[in-house]
Write a protein that binds this ligand. Structure first.
Ligand code: UT7
Length: 333
């Protein structure tokens, strides 16, 4: 038996910020942002915490599945922007939605967080340890980006994707295979300088703007192009698939040029690549479930379709998951 997705939904904050909003504040242009990244606009919530973005997505997923929060037995939230360092955002979400029968935890896998959590969740389902698992990929990047640093602030957005994972009826659908990788040498190129136990917050860390995303863009770009393309190709090859067998590549949305390089390596045409970076920017752990939710909402996936989900991010962490879709779109009443 494999773990299958039985509901999927997403939520982004209402506030939309286009590239010209940044151009009025810092030394950048719409043209630079679009051509270097593929981003046109993103959503930010300047009030509330991460779980305020997650709740509408989680409740929509529960409603879609036709169950209540009390039916959920485990909650995993992939994020690097939790409401607080402790308690976990999973605990806070449990209270807010009333999932009183669930245990759960947060998982810090940065941009690969959703794939790490999907594989972890699938193993809990396959072992029988969980029966109805609420799996979230979400980040409120507006809380950790330096709006004075043009090299990073234009890249990110806020958003949440919510999935319900359950045991499938056969081995033919669901999470079929995964490749997950990590290389801690990537830390130097992409991290948050202060706020953790190594460098707790002080007046100095705040004055030095050390609580924000620090990224050496070019180094990460080079590693991402190779890492994401390698695992995406490898998962296809080891499952004896060609580009014709793949219905959708669902890539992490960090940069359109990284996505293009991955698709090219797999031999996929553009029509088979899910892209929404133009509207949301990089929502870190949110990108892949938000993409899948939009595919579902637009009736673009059907039972039996093969999806390759791929990511690359801080750590470095990266990976690919081969998913065979089994969630039918309900007809609107
Ligand atoms: O999701 C987590 C993983 N992260 C990623 O996958 C991100 C990987 N990296 C990237 O996507 C790209 O490296 C960036 C989009 C971050 C940057 O693109 P780039 O083509 O690598 O640009 P660059 O960093 O080499 O900068 C080129 C120029 C520099 O100016 P000079 O030195 O050539 O005069 C930058 O100062 O662009 C300048 N620049 C900007 N100009 C206008 C940097 N940011 C901006 C900006 N507006 N916002």
């Amino acid at each position: 038996m494999k773990a299958v997705i039985t509901a999927i939904a997403h939520h982004v904050p209402e506030g939309v910020y286009d590239n010209s909003w940044f151009a009025q504040k810092i030394d950048t242009t719409d043209e630079w942002i679009r051509t270097r990244t593929g981003i046109t606009e993103r959503h930010f919530a300047f009030e509330g915490g991460l779980t305020d973005i997650i709740v509408p997505a989680a409740e929509a997923a529960l409603q879609q599945r036709g169950i209540t929060a009390e039916d959920i037995d485990c909650i995993i939230i992939a994020t690097v922007t939790p409401d607080r360092i402790f308690p976990s955002s999973a605990a806070i979400l449990q209270r807010k939605i009333g999932a009183k029968n669930a245990w759960g935890f947060d998982l810090a896998g940065a941009c690969s967080g959703f794939l790490y959590a999907l594989v972890t969740g699938a193993k809990l389902i396959e072992s029988g340890a969980a029966k109805k698992l609420l799996l979230i990929g979400a980040d409120k990047m507006s809380s950790i980006i330096d709006f004075e640093d043009r090299a990073t602030c234009v890249l990110f957005g806020d958003g949440a994707g919510a999935v319900i994972l359950e045991p499938g009826e056969s081995d033919d659908y669901g999470v079929m295979d995964h490749i997950l990788r990590m290389d801690g040498n990537g830390e130097v190129h992409l991290h948050q300088k202060a706020g953790g136990s190594m460098r707790p917050p002080t007046i100095e860390t705040v004055t030095n703007r050390e609580h924000y995303v620090y990224q050496e863009g070019q180094a990460v770009f080079k590693a991402a192009v190779k890492g994401m393309a390698d695992v995406s190709y490898e998962i296809m090859e080891r499952n004896h698939m060609t580009a014709d067998d793949v219905t959708w590549l669902v890539p992490h949305q960090a940069n359109l040029r990284i996505i293009d390089a991955t698709a090219e390596r797999m031999g996929l045409s553009k029509e088979k690549v899910m892209i929404n970076i133009d509207r949301y920017g990089n929502t870190t752990a949110g990108t892949i479930p938000i993409c899948m939710s939009e595919l579902y909402q637009t009736h673009s996936v059907k039972t039996g379709d093969y999806l390759v989900l791929s990511s690359f991010g801080a750590g470095y962490t990266w990976g690919s998951v081969l998913l065979r879709w089994s969630l039918e779109q309900k007809e609107q009443a």
